[in-house]
Design a protein around this ligand. Structure first.
Ligand code: NAP
Length: 324
């Protein structure tokens, strides 16, 4: 069966299963990258309040939309409530700030970025204590925050709401209130999360894989800080061998593996050639044995890169999702 290019969400809205990641790009680089992405056929764009780039993304998107409202309908735009906004009364205010910066009439998907929370400090999305640890809000009521996010839909300015970085137990708790339209989590060859993927499928929640290429910038930064080794996914022998067999790049093989597992992915690139590569995935197929070889690369929890250890002290939050 052909690999579907979209998830179909409630009400028939289509979420392209390849989206464009925007984390860690300066404003001018991001605007140019978004132009390349639009020209290459991307219609799904992922940002977050915490990336501090919503205004740059909004400018590039609005230039492309111009006065053609049909073009807006082609797009699927995602942003996220930052950890400092994880209080029910703050949700509308943070949502409005994102909408103002994006400059769009409506949003396609609004995600709770993390189940843990920072203190709400106006003008500082990552508030720290003098010793470098995060100012953590330990009083988070996850369900109350989720209900407040769900309520945003009543305004008609957000079409779908979802979550990111929650664990299986948290996802089940949220589903008991209202099923998220999607779950965005780290998934790549070394961190395949089979149990979470199965649990989300059983609950009917589609998964979007973040850092699908191994987030080299984050991995390098963490390696420099901690001395831990983060293998480069693109140079793994199995990935290289399969890429050669299909005359494709290692990145295309990694993304195709994610798609054939039934997931969506949001690779980020600032290079026009690689931007194009990362969405040129629909005209080749990995065999069952190639899928098995790639699935065998999974390292479980050891393979996780974005474990939020860079937010010092956050592992003590009652809703920290990755308890050992
Ligand atoms: N919900 C969350 O908490 C969360 C966390 C992390 C990420 N995200 C989202 O997921 C997106 C993607 O994750 P990510 O940015 O962490 O990492 P990623 O997409 O796994 O990797 C990006 C890196 O791969 C390189 N790259 C891209 N395409 C390539 C290709 N075809 N060949 C070789 N190298 C390639 C990029 O370099 P060049 O730019 O030089 O090409 C960049 O260094 C983010 O941008 C963000 O939107 C969400």
């Amino acid at each position: 069966m052909a690999t579907p290019e979209y998830y179909v969400l409630e009400g028939g809205d289509r979420m392209p299963r390849i989206g464009f990641g925007t984390w860690q790009a300066s404003d001018d680089v991001l605007e140019k990258s978004v132009e390349s992405a639009l020209a290459s056929g991307y219609r799904h764009f992922d940002t977050a309040r915490a990336y501090e780039n919503e205004a740059a993304l909004g400018r590039a998107l609005r230039r492309w939309i111009g006065s053609d409202s049909a073009r807006r309908k082609e797009l699927f735009i995602v942003t996220k409530l930052p950890p400092g906004g994880n209080r029910p009364d703050l949700v509308p205010e943070y949502f409005e700030s994102s909408m103002k910066d994006l400059g769009l009439d409506y949003l396609d998907l609004y995600l709770m970025h993390t189940p843990f929370a920072f203190a709400h400090v106006p003008g500082d999305l990552h508030p720290k204590n003098p010793d470098g640890s995060m100012q953590v809000d330990h009083t988070t009521d996850l369900i109350a925050v989720w209900k407040s996010i769900c309520k945003l839909k009543e305004s008609g300015r957000v079409r779908h709401v979802g979550v990111s970085n929650v664990n299986e137990e948290q996802l089940k708790r949220l589903c008991a209130v209202q099923k998220p339209a999607c779950l965005q989590i780290e998934v790549h060859a070394l961190c395949q999360q089979p149990a979470m993927v199965a649990a989300a499928a059983a609950l009917g929640v589609p998964i979007v894989a973040y850092s699908p290429l191994g987030s080299k910038a984050l991995a390098d930064a963490l390696a420099a800080k901690t001395g831990r080794e983060y293998p480069d996914l693109l140079t793994l022998p199995a990935v290289q061998r399969i890429a050669q067999a299909h005359s494709r790049t290692p990145a295309q093989v990694l993304l195709r593996h994610t798609l054939q597992r039934g997931l969506a992915a949001i690779p980020k690139s600032t290079n026009p050639e690689r931007i194009k590569q990362n969405i040129s995935l629909w005209d080749f197929e990995l065999s069952d044995s190639e899928m098995s070889d790639l699935s065998a690369l999974d390292r479980g929890e050891q393979g996780r890169i974005c474990d939020f250890s860079f937010f010092i002290g956050i592992d003590k939050h009652p809703e920290f999702p990755f308890k050992k």
